[in-house]
Design a protein. Structure first.
Length: 138
C-alpha cells in the first residue's frame, strides 16, 4: 500500500514539473500572412429610412437588396439584419447589410452593375441617410 501511494505521489510530482507551454500569442496575422484564399473584402452598408416610408416600402428595399446575390455573381456572401443594440448609438440607422467580395475588381463590377443600379432606384425614395464602409477582413 505504501509503495502504491509513493508511486502515485511520484507520478503527480513528475506531471507537475513537466514543462507545458501555452501559446498566448494572440497577434493578428499581418498582411503578408493572410493568403488570397482567406482574404475577403467586406462592403458594409447601413440605412436610415425616411419617417414617411412605410413598413411595406422598407420591406421592398430589403427584398431588393437580398436579391442581389442571385443577380450579381461577383457577390461571394451576403447577410443583413436589423439593429438591436441596447446602447442607443445607432443614430437612427436601422438596417445593416454586409456584402462580401473576393477582390476589389469584383466590387468594381458590383457598383455599376445594372441589378445594383435597379436596387438603388428602389431604395432612393426611402433613404434618409446611408453609411458605407469597405475593409479587408483580417
Amino acid at each position: 500500500m505504501k509503495l502504491t501511494i509513493c508511486f502515485l505521489f511520484t507520478l503527480l510530482l513528475m506531471s507537475s514539473c513537466t514543462n507545458t507551454t501555452v501559446n498566448t500569442d494572440l497577434e493578428m496575422p499581418n498582411e503578408n500572412q493572410v493568403t488570397q484564399a482567406t482574404k475577403q473584402l467586406r462592403h458594409v452598408v447601413m440605412f436610415k429610412f425616411k419617417t414617411e416610408s412605410t413598413p411595406e416600402d422598407i420591406q421592398k428595399v430589403e427584398e431588393a437588396f437580398a436579391a442581389l446575390p442571385t443577380q450579381i455573381p461577383e457577390i461571394k456572401d451576403f447577410e443583413w439584419g436589423l439593429n438591436n443594440s441596447p446602447e442607443g448609438l445607432n443614430k437612427d440607422f436601422t438596417h445593416c447589410f454586409l456584402v462580401t467580395f473576393e477582390t476589389e475588381e469584383a466590387r468594381t463590377v458590383y457598383l455599376p452593375h445594372p441589378a445594383h443600379q435597379a436596387f438603388v432606384e428602389v431604395l432612393s425614395p426611402h433613404l434618409e441617410d446611408v453609411m458605407v464602409m469597405d475593409y479587408w477582413a483580417k
